[in-house]
Design a binder for this molecule. Structure first.
Ligand code: AMP
Ligand code: MG
Length: 340
């Protein structure tokens, strides 16, 4: 069975929309949706300039996609991959995303590795032409995987010959940050954007109450919980977002453990990160999914600046203390809290 991530995005957004209420007075509101960055993007903007600001956001998201798509032949990422072995000139945007991903690669002990592209391609996750590679093939491909070999300068990137990058773990988060920046430039103070599993909330709802951000239940794709937040990014990486199943019913999902080239299997089925920066939350969500709960807790203590909500394969919710007061459980899963 093949899951359709775009459809999942549409369903998620329609569920989310039920939870978004504009209170009392009648603000001007503009809502639009479109497919970009391989997912469904839903934008709701309140207040003056709502429509023109939402249109500017759409243009900006398309611009980020055109720079960072791994499949579009003219993107900067494709140029870096095609010219591996040479130094390539890139935009500030691409430089920023690569720098952030390399930093979180380091902090996560290599759990996030943007050079995994050859392995991701072998599994067929980019094309949908899925297959289960054997261990030897993966070991050979992993010799071409090492985020530490990527060199970033002022608007330049060098990738050794034979290596390939994929910014799929972080680019949507950055697009969310850029969307918020564009909204602010247009004078918008209240908006909510969903980019697939990434939610970017600007300000509060009209009337001043916080947004209710729904997080998917990884076991049934209904809503697992709500997070009441303002000015925040909430990003989820889950094993249900993109996967295929073998004939014997085993699930192979799209988040790969660079340690062995197989889908990460460290006891986590979804990792949600909340923080200020979409880019950082996105990179962290993927890294933490790979790391598993124990290492993730250590990273949370050492790094700071973000909160996390993990769901384990044995159906437990683990959340960090900064989320306790904003969390409403809609599931029957047991919840435990990690304190500083
Ligand atoms: P996300 O949905 O943000 O967790 O990102 C998952 C996407 O990032 C996948 O579809 C791959 O393109 C890519 N990816 C998978 N595993 C990793 C990894 N360990 N490090 C970096 N990128 C990855
Ligand atoms: Mg991510």
């Amino acid at each position: 069975m093949i899951k359709n991530p775009k459809l999942a995005g549409v369903l998620f957004v329609s569920l989310l929309s039920i939870l978004l209420c504009s209170c009392g007075s009648e603000p001007s509101v503009y809502r639009t949706g479109f497919i970009a960055m391989d997912t469904y993007i839903d934008i709701t903007v309140y207040g003056k300039n709502a429509e023109s600001a939402a249109k500017a956001v759409k243009e900006e998201v398309m611009r980020i996609e055109s720079l960072m798509s791994v499949t579009a032949p003219d993107s900067e990422v494709s140029k870096i991959n095609a010219m591996a072995g040479e130094t390539v000139t890139v935009s500030d945007d691409t430089e920023k995303v690569i720098r952030a991903a390399l930093e979180i690669g380091e902090e996560s002990g290599g759990a996030l590795d943007i050079t995994l592209r050859p392995v991701i391609t072998e599994w067929g996750f980019t094309t949908g032409d899925y297959k289960i590679p054997d261990g030897e093939t993966l070991d050979n491909l992993l010799e071409k995987v090492d985020y530490r070999s990527v060199k970033v300068g002022d608007n330049t990137v060098f990738l050794p010959f034979g290596e390939q990058i994929d910014l799929g773990a972080a680019a949507k988060g950055y697009a969310g940050d850029r969307a918020v920046a564009v909204l602010k430039e247009n004078g918008v103070e209240s908006a909510i954007i969903s980019l697939g599993g990434n939610v970017q909330a600007l300000g509060a709802k009209i009337g001043g109450t916080s947004w209710n951000i729904a997080v998917n239940n990884p076991f049934n794709e209904g809503n697992m919980c709500l997070l009441k937040l303002e000015n925040a990014s909430v990003v989820t990486s889950g094993n249900y977002e993109r996967y295929f199943e073998s004939e014997d019913g085993k699930r192979y999902h799209h988040i790969i453990d660079p340690a062995d080239g197989y889908p990460a299997d460290n006891g986590i089925v979804s990792a949600t990160i909340a923080g200020e920066s979409g880019l950082e939350c996105d990179a962290l969500s993927t890294a933490i999914f790979v790391m598993g709960a124990e290492k993730a807790e250590k990273l949370w203590r050492e790094k700071g600046g973000f909160e996390m909500l993990l769901v384990t394969e044995d159906k437990r919710i683990i959340l960090t203390e900064g989320l306790t007061d904003v969390f409403t459980n809609l599931s029957d899963m047991e919840v435990s809290e990690i304190k500083r």
